[in-house]
Design a protein. Structure first.
Length: 149
């Protein structure tokens, strides 16, 4: 009787551990919902529109608190974008690519075309704020191989 008891106990323990293992070892969710994607695109488009209108205050308001803290004023922020990211400041074309979750942030790649037809990838890091809205939390820029003629 005692062997039977221990065998059952070991079997049940093994089954419980096996049932919990997939949940603990599951890869983090990387899919971005349509709602999140649409909200993020609206923020980036609004910031690009603000750059196009030279509306420093609006562009700055769409940046995360961390980014605003780094640049301290809307004028410093838009000046940095104008000099360091000319294709973001004045893109000739914009195409949103598939976003992906990275922990609590979302990475939104955007293909941009500059005035000379050169393609670029702007990788936006988007941060959800406590109120639920999304703000830009940085942008890395890389020249792409393609060119628009």
């Amino acid at each position: 009787m005692r062997k039977w008891y221990w065998s059952c106990l070991l079997l049940l323990t093994g089954l419980l551990l096996a049932a919990q293992a997939p949940a603990q070892n599951a890869a983090p969710e990387t899919t971005v919902s349509r709602e999140e994607s649409a909200a993020i695109q609206l923020v980036i488009r609004a910031q690009l529109d603000a750059f196009a209108a030279d509306d420093a205050a609006k562009a700055y308001s769409l940046a995360s608190p961390g980014i605003r803290g780094m640049f301290r004023t809307p004028e410093i922020f838009i000046g940095m974008v104008r000099q360091g990211y000319p294709v973001v400041y004045r893109p000739a074309g914009v195409v949103f690519l598939k976003p992906e979750k990275d922990g609590e942030e979302i990475l939104q790649p955007v293909q941009m075309t500059d005035a000379d037809g050169q393609l670029w990838i702007a990788l936006y890091t988007m941060q959800r704020q406590s109120g639920g809205n999304w703000l830009t939390n940085g942008c890395r820029l890389a020249r792409s191989q393609g060119r628009v003629t």
